[in-house]
Ligand binder design. Structure first.
Ligand code: CA
Ligand code: CA
Ligand code: CA
Length: 489
């Protein structure tokens, strides 16, 4: 039971101002220090023609809180009051200066699954001995309190809670000591006005030459001077001679960006922009790495018009793989046969064609590998020209059974001359003839009857027209059957 309740009417005016500052600490055990400055001015005016008295109260207080890793916290708070009481029926004093010291320590923990917050603390409150007046916030008791609480949030703004409290009191004015136990339970709603004064923190770090291109600043990797880094509110910093920059930005989540344009021949080995959480008063480290670039570009194509360069008449070839000795690979593109190997570390290297990826029916017409020594910013060109293989072969033979096809026992006729697309070739010992490297288009093949040995004459046509395509072509079964003139006529 609260025996200090008043029943006479009065007017109360109160002005309250609390200032808090919180500092993140990067120590092994300690994570945060909180400082508070508390002040209150309060006046009580009794009603006209009623009992009671007027009074004025000023309160000043300060508080320090420490948060340790693992949810343990400690606070110390001291409140000092000046209470002036007027129109008192009986003095002993018109002005008193009660004070109150509170020492607390506790532990909090939040569980994600199931969502649950629990906490326990122990608090010692020491009040200066003073007189029990109506208009002062102290209750003239030294107290030892233990609190335990649990809360289950069921939305962003509401939770079910149970708070228990045991208080042991010792009066400072001679009243009997007593103990209290309370249990409070219910639903708590949280309303946030969204009003706050944003604090600032620092983002700092280096723009550096990432010589091994691993995205991390390793020992011996120098800073890059004069590189711009900007913050979410348009803050700007340029790196100094050591490559160091520092931005003062508002607390919260913000985007920190390095300049989009790099010196010629360099690329970024880290993201150029990063969403970064900045805490008030803290220093957040963010580095941007850049590395020298070397690149190889080229095209894989068939040089249909044979001029050694790619032009309209030529056909790009997709899916041919090019491999660097460092293991980096590129494939020629379907649309234009182009490939590019970017971000190659400068130094000696070798590019080669993966033969197994060359489409069937093609031969390489240019070098299939190249060694090089790349410097930052260089671009090496390496084209692969492929030649479709176009071959025609056939037989000149004595067609014993006259079916116009050559059977294994039918003898070949050597030395017969065949005009194959304007190139003359002769049948070999077995009667086989062949020609390769043919150009696309119509191709006349003609057996020169005058070149045949005496006593043989051709059966059927001695001339055939073939259509040679752009791509690979292979015809193996051209047949020029002959028979002996002195055989059956
Ligand atoms: Ca590195
Ligand atoms: Ca060409
Ligand atoms: Ca035959």
């Amino acid at each position: 039971m609260d025996q200090r309740a008043s029943s006479f009417p009065y007017t109360q005016r109160r002005l309250n101002q609390n200032l808090w500052r919180s500092f993140a600490v990067n120590a092994r055990l300690l994570s945060r220090v909180r400082l508070g400055l508390l002040s209150t001015a309060e006046s009580y005016r009794k009603g006209v023609n009623t009992q009671g008295f007027n009074s004025t109260r000023y309160e000043l207080g300060s508080s320090i809180g420490l948060n340790f890793r693992g949810g343990v916290w400690m606070t110390a708070k001291y409140l000092w009051n000046q209470l002036s009481e007027e129109d008192l029926p009986s003095p002993p004093s018109r002005t008193t200066n009660p004070g109150q010291l509170t020492l607390s320590t506790g532990w909090n923990h939040s569980f994600r699954k199931p969502p649950l917050r629990i906490g326990a603390d122990i608090r010692y409150v020491n009040e200066d001995s003073t007189y029990s007046r109506i208009h002062q916030p102290f209750i003239n008791e030294d107290r030892l309190e233990t609190h335990a609480s649990a809360a289950i949030p069921f939305s962003d703004r509401a939770e079910v809670f149970a708070d228990s409290r045991i208080v042991l009191t010792k009066s400072t004015v001679g009243s009997p000591d007593h103990a209290e136990f309370s249990l409070l339970t219910g639903v708590r709603m949280l309303l946030d006005s969204g009003l706050s004064i944003p604090q600032k923190g620092f983002v700092e770090g280096y723009v550096f030459e990432d010589r091994n291109a691993n995205g991390v600043r390793d020992e011996g990797e120098p800073g890059v001077v004069g590189q711009a880094v900007s913050g979410p509110g348009g803050e700007n910093s340029e790196t100094d001679a050591k490559g160091f920059y520092k931005l003062k930005v508002r607390e919260g989540l913000g985007k920190i960006e390095a300049a989009a344009v790099l010196p010629e021949g360099f690329f970024y080995t880290t993201p150029t922009a990063k969403m970064t959480e900045v805490l008030s008063g803290t220093h957040t480290r963010l580095d941007f790495g850049m590395a020298a670039r070397f690149q190889i570009k080229g095209r894989v194509f068939t040089d249909l018009n044979g001029n050694g360069i790619f032009d309209k008449a030529d056909k790009p070839i997709a899916g041919v793989k090019l491999v660097l000795s460092t293991g980096q690979v590129a494939l020629s593109a379907p649309s234009d046969g182009l490939y590019a190997l970017l971000h190659i570390a400068p130094g000696s290297n070798k590019i080669r064609v993966a033969f197994e990826t060359i489409p069937a029916g093609y031969q390489t017409k240019t070098a299939v590998e190249k060694s090089f020594d790349g410097a930052a910013g260089d671009i090496l060109h390496f084209d692969l020209i492929l030649q479709p293989s176009r071959q025609v072969s056939g037989d000149v033979f004595e067609d014993l059974n006259q079916n116009s096809r050559r059977e294994p026992d039918e003898p070949g006729i050597a030395g017969a001359v065949i005009d194959l697309c304007g190139k003359k070739t002769a049948s070999g010992r077995t009667g086989r003839f062949a020609s390769s490297g043919l150009d696309p288009g119509a191709c006349e093949v003609q057996l020169m009857a005058s070149s045949l040995p005496p006593h043989y004459r051709p059966i059927g046509d001695t001339a055939v027209t073939l259509q040679i395509p752009d791509g690979p072509y292979q015809k193996r079964d051209l047949a020029f059957p002959l028979r002996k003139k002195n055989g059956r006529v």
